[in-house]
Design a protein around this ligand. Structure first.
Ligand code: CP
Length: 310
């Protein structure tokens, strides 16, 4: 296994081989999460700091669990409870944290490029847990892992991603990841939520959601990122749900065995009806479960330690 990366800043920086290494490593870690004693000593003595400047349920918790299951010491810092509220800059905050000798800082920030900025200035490893509307690499990797788990492959699958494309870091990371793995990516959403030129990233854009999901193997639904929009880009949520919501009727256009995915948090009744969110084709909690194994793999691979005891 060769993995030459000190940081995980985006999928754009990873090769297809890197992605396969991460998915295969996650596969080897997955079983640990179902043991009675869910702990291996792989990262004993390492310190991981989760530095979150934006709210999170899944990403922060699963990075913390991933670190703990590998026996690392994990510390969580939320910006709202830190000295950032007293005016300390990002760089000063990070330098002060680094003075305590962490091995890895996992960071979420509303500014695109914030983890790259820190990676250039700090000696420890930096993992991007979501930066603005730029990338969310660990989310795309757990999405790939879940698709491969349920479909046996990623290559040649038709993946429809529906919703707020402009403001979604999940889309950008998935566009890089799915293209590197040979999938066909289709995008659909309101015209106000489709950035001009997104096709150049390797996707076909459909104004009509039904055309995007027709014959799809995977339908990935997105939340409207209200917190990143200066003004409302849709007339009403009811209208949005009518044209860009997934329900039991339009889901029939996809393949009968199509997976329904969502990075969470879900807005029930907006992008997904409750019947579909809880229905037989949904793999949403499988995505969350796999997130722990994928994040264990990332923390392990960038640490460059031997994995013989797992
Ligand atoms: N998918 C995701 O990033 O969820 P959280 O915002 O809860 O971490």
């Amino acid at each position: 296994m060769a993995f030459a990366h000190k940081h995980i800043l985006g999928i754009n920086e990873l090769s297809r081989e890197d992605i396969i290494t991460i998915l295969d490593t996650a596969e080897s870690f997955k079983e640990i999460n179902t043991r009675e004693i869910k702990k291996v000593p792989t990262l004993r003595g390492k310190t991981i700091i989760n530095l979150f400047f934006e709210s999170s349920t899944r990403t922060r918790t699963s990075f913390e669990i991933a670190g703990k299951r590998l026996s690392a010491d994990t510390v969580n810092i939320s910006a709202s409870a830190s000295s950032v509220t007293k005016g300390e800059t990002l760089e000063d905050t990070a330098r002060n944290i680094e003075a305590m000798h962490p091995d890895i800082i996992v960071m979420r920030h509303s500014a695109s490029g914030a983890p790259h900025y820190l990676a250039q200035r700090l000696n420890c490893s930096v993992v991007n847990a979501g930066d603005g509307a730029h990338e969310h690499p660990s989310q795309a990797l757990l999405d790939l892992f879940t698709i491969r788990q349920h479909k046996g492959r990623i290559e040649d699958l038709k993946v429809a991603i529906i919703g707020d494309i402009t403001h979604s870091r999940v889309v950008r990371s998935n566009l890089y990841a799915l293209n590197k793995m040979g999938a066909e990516v289709r995008l659909s959403g309101p015209g106000t939520m489709i950035p001009p030129g997104i096709e150049k990233m390797g996707a076909t854009v459909y104004a009509d959601m039904n055309e995007a999901i027709d014959g799809a193997d995977v339908v990935m639904m997105l939340r409207i990122q209200m917190e990143r929009q200066g003004k409302s880009l849709i007339p009403s949520l009811r209208e949005y749900a009518r044209f860009y919501g997934l329900n039991t009727v339009n889901l029939k256009l996809a393949r009968p065995d199509a997976l329904v995915m969502h990075p969470g948090p879900i807005n029930r009744g907006v992008e997904l009806s409750s019947y579909v969110a809880d229905g037989p084709q949904n793999v949403i909690l499988s995505q969350v479960e796999n997130g722990v194994a994928v994040r264990m793999a990332l923390l392990y691979l960038i640490s460059g330690v031997e994995h013989s005891e797992a």
